[in-house]
Write a protein that binds this ligand. Sequence first.
Ligand SMILES: CC(C)=CCC/C(C)=C/CC/C(C)=C/CC/C(C)=C/COC[C@H](O)COP(=O)(O)O
Ligand SMILES: CC(C)=CCC/C(C)=C/CC/C(C)=C/CC/C(C)=C/COP(=O)(O)OP(=O)(O)O
Ligand SMILES: [Mg+2]
Length: 281
Amino acid sequence: MNPYIEILRPVNAVMAVITVILMALITGRFDSAVLLASAVVFMATGAGNVINDYFDHEIDAINRPKRPIPSGRISRATAGIYSAVLFAAASITGFYLGLLPGLVVVSSSLLMVYYAWSLKRRCLVGNITISFLTGLSFVFGGIVLGEVRVSVILGLYAFLMTMAREVVKDMEDVEGDRAEGATTLPITHGMRVSGLLAAAFMLIASLTSPSLYILGVFSVLYIPVLLFAVAVFLRAAIMILRSQDRATASRTSKLIKVGMAVTFIAFAAGSRTITALLGLQ
Ligand SMILES: CC(C)=CCC/C(C)=C/CC/C(C)=C/CC/C(C)=C/COC[C@H](O)COP(=O)(O)O
Ligand SMILES: CC(C)=CCC/C(C)=C/CC/C(C)=C/CC/C(C)=C/COP(=O)(O)OP(=O)(O)O
Ligand SMILES: [Mg+2]
């Protein structure tokens, strides 16, 4: 893959864009604002991934040597400029959408840089920051498309599940993080406590997720697909409770991401637009 695409982590950036598309399905709004907001989230998420690799080049040389910067396919200086251009483009487009969207983009961008430079090495602070930013992608879509209440509820679920995945990712990266002097949860409190906390976040989000139907956020079509997602999350929780070694953490991290993708389908299925299309509203 082209290193300038690879360093964006396009799967993450597209998943973040999907949060905006889901808000469009929920609000029934399909206009230029959706496209612009999607472009903003793609560029901001991509920029965040680039600046993250910019600051992580030493630790990635241990944990992820094939990534574009440690492998020498992109220089750090070029990555820094690349990230700045993407953050600037996202911010300008954000302000074109409005003052509040612009302010959200600029503050998110600054927070992503601060995270990559410092916050990520602090126990739980980095996990909370990334999870907040991930949830904020729903809220950004809600602000632009005029449905903030629902977007905050969905953002909370994104926060909870991303917290679980971030703790599991720290378990996977514990050797490189320790060598770099980071004080992540697995380093300060051990792998067993980290596995318990990650499983707790997965269980809380999964077991309360039917409330999105009860609260009327989604139609009954949400439920059957959600059951698949919850089964995936429960499998991931059991895996990380049974074993906390690096290989299990890596498999669990990937499984949680699959569960997130299935949850996106559940959100879409239960949305007003799809429910109306299927003549059930
Ligand atoms: C039960 C229930 C309703 C759960 C909700 C789960 C859900 C819908 C989560 C959505 C999370 C989301 C918006 C993800 C977008 C992709 C993204 C930007 C994730 C942040 O990832 C940061 C991570 O550290 C990157 O690592 P990697 O994926 O290994 O490159
Ligand atoms: C609200 C707006 C405008 C944008 C939101 C942008 C989003 C969705 C951000 C989500 C969080 C995110 C993708 C941050 C990028 C930085 C990143 C990849 C963090 C994870 O880094 P590490 O903790 O080093 O993990 P890795 O081992 O994967 O590098
Ligand atoms: Mg990193």
